[in-house]
Design a protein around this ligand. Structure first.
Ligand code: TRP
Length: 337
């Protein structure tokens, strides 16, 4: 049986991530870590969406490198290639083929309402390309191509998933039940990690004007320790969760998330500690939690042949799965046989 094939017991999960840079500790603790734990209960399909990345101008060599790094990092985090599919979107032409078809079942008015499109076209006013506009259709194609049941997403992708469902329902209505209508998967709520310099903002890899805001999964120990050392704290001197202490609360949240302690335990451990000692220990805990990921990542990137082999096998499996859905769709819509 093919990996990620639907079985009676297991639902299919699909998720995509853009290769726009190394994920942050916030991405990891908030979302990516959950991807790893979904693998036993579901058939998981994880896709590095390099085609989506093209909607913003990319340097070719950097895009290629970032996509490969992200895929290797997923493996290093614990995506198990024996259990789940992990591949590059551009290696499966079915994404583009289905996206074209679905474009013809999506209305301009629907795409016009997408808030991410509005935000991005303001931010990249010099490059409001058609891909940016139809981005959600490609995303719908990603999901529907594998008949996914569940899609783990953050709030920012909720509107896109809603559109995907509308497209699936519309298509099914015209051609019979072709696509399962996917649902958002809100699993365990991951930790909400804030910026180290501006703890009222989310720690986001795209908000990296100040590199000290964000810890990246591949930041080496010295860098991690230095970022925590510089993290802003609050007035007072006590280490405890408090809405008036966003900096300290965030550091406690990070500590709890990486050590597995609960909030009360984390507070107790630092009772009586000064801020600088506290920050150093949080930094050290983060270093220790990243160390095994980085060690595995380094080994994966070094062994070029093994990684190439895995990429090739997974692309073949993804193509085989995608091919089935695509044949069905093409038949339904009346492409010549
Ligand atoms: N648009 C998503 C994001 O920026 C990435 C993505 C592309 C995705 N295709 C997907 C997520 C399919 C879930 C399912 O985060």
């Amino acid at each position: 049986m093919l990996l990620a094939e639907k079985t009676a017991e297991k639902k299919i999960i699909f998720s995509g991530m853009q290769p726009t840079g190394i994920p942050s500790l916030g991405n990891y603790l908030g979302a990516l870590k959950n991807w790893v734990s979904l693998q036993d209960e579901y058939r998981c399909i994880y896709c590095v969406v390099d085609m989506h990345a093209l909607t913003i101008r990319q340097d070719p060599a950097a895009l290629r490198a970032k996509a490969r790094e992200l895929l290797a990092l997923c493996l290093a985090m614990g995506i198990d290639p024996e259990k789940s599919l992990l591949y590059f979107q551009s290696h499966v032409p079915g994404h583009a083929e289905l996206a074209w078809i679905l474009n013809c079942f999506t209305y301009m008015g629907e795409l016009n309402r997408m808030t991410q499109y509005k935000d991005k076209s303001l931010k990249h006013a010099d490059n409001v390309n058609a891909g940016l506009f139809t981005y959600p259709v490609l995303m719908a194609a990603d999901i529907l191509l594998y008949g996914a049941d569940l899609v783990p997403i953050g709030d920012d992708q909720r509107q896109h998933l809603e559109l995907c469902r509308d497209i699936a329902i519309r298509f099914n209505h015209m051609y019979g039940d072709v696509f399962p209508v996917p649902e958002a998967y809100y699993g365990k709520v991951g930790a909400r990690i804030m910026s180290l310099q501006e703890p009222e903002k989310k720690m986001s890899k795209s908000e990296s004007e100040n590199p000290n805001n964000v810890v990246y999964l591949l930041d080496r120990p010295d860098t991690v320790l230095s970022k925590f050392k510089k993290a802003v704290t609050d007035s007072g001197s006590e280490v405890r969760f408090d809405p008036d202490k966003p900096g300290i609360s965030n550091l406690l949240t990070i500590y709890a998330a990486v050590t597995g302690a609960d909030a009360a335990q984390a507070e107790r451990e630092f009772a009586g500690s000064g801020y600088s000692d506290f920050k150093r220990r949080v930094g050290e805990a983060v270093v220790e939690s990243l160390r095994p990921i980085q060690t595995r990542f380094d080994a994966l990137i070094r062994d070029k042949e093994a990684l190439d082999g895995l990429i090739k096998t997974h692309a073949e499996r993804a193509n085989a799965l995608a091919g089935r859905m695509l044949r069905k769709v093409k038949k339904k819509i009346g492409y010549p046989i």
